[in-house]
Design a protein around this ligand. Structure first.
Ligand SMILES: Cc1cc2nc3c(=O)[nH]c(=O)nc-3n(C[C@H](O)[C@H](O)[C@H](O)COP(=O)(O)OP(=O)(O)OC[C@H]3O[C@@H](n4cnc5c(N)ncnc54)[C@H](O)[C@@H]3O)c2cc1C
Length: 422
């Protein structure tokens, strides 16, 4: 009998203990759920997403999410047309990404009825090939045909600033997008998640904005990412560039790459009558623009290595005319901005609301996994190419090998061009 009582008391104690634990556990889960619910109803949250920066990535993402009925607040530091030379080659795959985002009209195909309207504004130039030159030898390499690709294998050369302005306009025209000029100073973080931003608007007022999701698209010179990403990127070289005006190249449909010394230079048509000229210079020996060393360098060192004729004339004409417009920019790793936008849009699409932090964080994790193959391929290629030509002590040997490899034909050439076309 005593044993039976002991058993009963033990069982009762066990059940009570279990009930207490269960209660505590439920309460904890309840608190977590309440926190998530509370986020969805936070005061002043008029938007589902805050996007910092309206470059190619931010503006395209704003449009894509707005089309999915998200209320988007875009904060851009400077709404004027960016004047810079980067992102001027849209690879064939970039066009495909634009089309998948419903933005193909911005670079309409040459046959489209809306082409003339867009063309006047962007004047994107068709690029079908890479023309390479070294010590009197040259070759032309074409983007390979791909039967799964819905377009002809061609990219577009363009003024990045014009594309950015068209994308901003397109995004801002959507009723779900609020595009505002302002500089984001801080990200507001709570419990390891970004809850919003503090920004200064164009009137100089400091404003706090919250949203369930904040996407930072502030470009490769980002200040905000510094707090989150700690890998230091070494700048090995700079691009120095300018535009030669009122000029049409004899071959405007190629990117002309000259394997010059100390580093390569490029010449390509960016609008119907403007040509981009750019030379890479080692980071440790950039000639001064102010005292005329740069002009001297471009005229005396680089120009003589460019094939005599149309290309060299164009290069020299721009140096003479564009003295004040010469710009330098660090050669950073390339990104795959439009592909990233598409991946993120597709991942977020099934979520009815972005207020569930846990779910959104899970999706963000898979975003990084999904983007890896494309990002790694394009960025690694760009980085290795840069390291080989810039950092190595055996530069001339590497330049020659690179030229030989690219012009060797067969799968080597088509493979490299397929990667270049992303
Ligand atoms: C030398 C060079 C050459 C390149 N060439 C190519 C190429 O040929 N083809 C190609 O596809 N890609 C190229 N790239 C990469 C390409 O430039 C990037 O993929 C593209 O510009 C990324 O777009 P983004 O919108 O992320 O950044 P960005 O275009 O830099 O836009 C960032 C935006 O954020 C804004 N911003 C920054 N900080 C703040 C803030 N705190 N608050 C508010 N707004 C802010 C900026 O004003 C800017 O408008 C090149 C890059 C470099 C450096």
């Amino acid at each position: 009998m005593a044993t039976t009582y002991t058993w009963l008391w033990t069982l009762l104690a066990f059940i009570l203990t279990w009930m207490v634990f269960d209660l505590i556990k439920r309460k904890k889960v309840g608190t977590e759920e309440t926190e998530v619910d509370a986020e969805e109803t936070r005061d002043g949250e008029a938007h589902d997403v805050i996007i910092v920066g309206a470059g190619v990535a931010g503006a395209a993402l704003a449009y894509a999410l707005a089309k999915d009925w998200r209320r988007v607040h875009v904060i851009e530091r400077d709404l004027k047309e960016p004047q810079r030379f980067m992102g001027e080659l849209m690879q064939p795959r970039g066009r495909l990404m634009l089309a998948q985002l419903g933005l193909e009209g911005l670079l309409s195909s040459l046959n489209s009825s809306s082409y003339s309207l867009q063309h006047k504004i962007i004047e994107a130039q068709e690029i079908k090939s890479l023309a390479i030159y070294k010590d009197g030898k040259n070759d032309t390499l074409y983007f390979p045909d791909n039967k799964n690709f819905p377009y002809e294998s061609a990219g577009r050369l363009l003024r990045n600033g014009r594309l950015v302005q068209r994308l901003r306009k397109k995004a801002a025209s959507h009723a779900n997008v609020q595009l505002e000029e302002g500089t984001v100073k801080f990200l507001i973080e709570e419990k390891g998640a970004v809850k919003g931003v503090i920004y200064k608007n164009s009137a100089g007022e400091e404003i706090t904005a919250f949203a369930p999701l904040t996407v930072v698209c502030d470009g490769c010179y980002s200040n905000l990412r510094r707090s989150a990403v700690h890998n230091k990127e070494e700048v090995l070289s700079y691009f120095v560039g300018y535009v030669t005006k009122n000029t049409r190249l004899e071959d405007p449909h190629s990117m002309h790459l000259i394997f010059s010394k100390p580093l390569p230079c490029v010449v390509y048509q960016i609008t119907s009558n403007e040509v981009r000229c750019a030379a890479e210079v080692p980071a440790d020996s950039i000639p001064s623009i102010a005292n005329g060393e740069m002009v001297n360098f471009l005229k005396k060192t680089v120009a003589p290595q460019i094939p005599d004729g149309n290309l060299r004339e164009t290069f020299l004409k721009g140096v003479e005319e564009g003295l004040l417009e010469i710009k330098t920019t660090a050669t950073k790793r390339m990104m795959v901005a439009l592909s990233d936008v598409l991946i993120l849009r597709n991942l977020l699409r099934p979520l009815p609301s972005l207020g569930n932090t846990k779910k959104v964080l899970e999706l963000v994790k898979s975003f990084y996994n999904i983007r890896q193959p494309m990002s790694a391929t394009v960025n690694t290629l760009a980085h290795v190419f840069s390291e080989l030509l810039v950092a190595t002590t055996a530069r001339e040997g590497m330049r020659q090998s690179c030229f030989n490899y690219l012009s060797s034909g067969g799968f080597r050439t088509s493979g490299m061009m397929a990667i270049l076309g992303a």
